[in-house]
Unconditional design. Structure first.
Length: 298
């Protein structure tokens, strides 16, 4: 039975969409199923993953596969969900994982801007992050398939340590976002070697980039009604409900590094944790600047 055995598991806002499209160009990697299936995160999808009558089941998602060595599932929610990793490990004990890590502060700001662009942010940067820190991650609390928990999603050290407690490190390949952006050919070659595949040429893809300033996405009346209906449905089923967004921000300007100083301790600990796991932090210029007290503009 067709089921994924290669996972780009995260992290969000680190270039996973672009990487998905790039490595899917290889003849032995099937990546035509849509990104962010979240099959192993969401209980309903996990329960029906082999049910042909379920639209998003594996018999449907991978129905066009023609014997490729790898079937790809790229869902960044896996990176922060140990339950999902355990489920994957049970289904596919030899599965391989790819994680992309980015300067944690850059990733967090991109995450914030992205959510704001979708119309799901009401507060300015510091107030939004401080408020969000009060909420524990819950995979059922989504904003139309998107998550907040900004700091949690960039706590690489914590999540990778959990991963390595379940999955042998030899099955995990970690990509540096800056390298992916600046030297994508070398990164892709390294991935193909990790997967024991012949080298094939691929073209660079840039995807889901968030601009430094923008107007939030304007939703139609129908879309707003659908969102309200989804929240009501969750309430009826006694499921976690995403907070209601009353007055989304109209725009987000550039963020000065001195506006991020409240994250100094968090970022300092992240550097230390990642380095203890052997993950290079040399390219994390802005995170290091805040950790050391040097300020500029992001």
């Amino acid at each position: 039975m067709n089921k994924p055995n290669l996972f780009i598991a995260g992290f969000p806002k680190c270039g996973s969409s672009a990487l998905h499209k790039m490595i899917s160009q290889h003849s032995e990697i099937y990546g035509e199923s849509f990104k962010e299936t979240q099959t192993y995160t969401l209980d309903r999808k996990y329960r029906d993953r082999f049910n042909p009558s379920f639209k998003f089941s594996y018999p449907n998602l991978y129905s066009s596969a023609k014997g490729e060595k790898y079937l790809l599932d790229s869902s960044t929610s896996y990176s922060v969900n140990l339950k999902a990793i355990r489920r994957i490990n049970k289904d596919s004990p030899q599965a391989k994982f790819i994680y992309v890590v980015r300067d944690p502060l850059d990733r967090l700001i991109s995450h914030y801007r992205w959510m704001a662009s979708l119309g799901f942010v009401e507060k300015r940067f510091q107030d939004e992050i401080m408020s969000d820190l009060k909420y524990q991650y819950n995979d059922q609390v989504q904003y139309w398939g998107n998550y907040k928990n900004y700091v949690y999603h960039g706590s690489y050290g914590f999540h990778l340590e959990n991963l390595f407690s379940v999955v042998d490190r030899s099955r995990v390949y970690i990509v540096n976002y800056k390298s992916l952006k600046d030297n994508y050919l070398d990164v892709v070659k390294g991935i193909f070697t990790f997967l024991d595949l012949e080298q094939e040429s691929v073209t660079q893809v840039i995807s889901n980039s968030t601009k430094k300033s923008f107007s939030p996405k304007q939703r139609s009346i129908v879309d707003r009604l659908k969102y309200r209906a989804s929240r009501l449905k969750a309430q009826i089923k006694s499921q976690p409900v995403s907070p209601k967004i009353k007055r989304p921000l109209k725009d987000v300007s550039s963020i000065n590094l001195d506006e991020t100083f409240f994250l100094k301790d968090i970022l300092t600990k992240e550097i230390s944790k990642c380095e203890s796991l052997g993950i290079s932090t040399e390219s994390w210029a802005n995170t290091r600047a805040v950790a050391s007290g040097s300020f500029g503009i992001v």
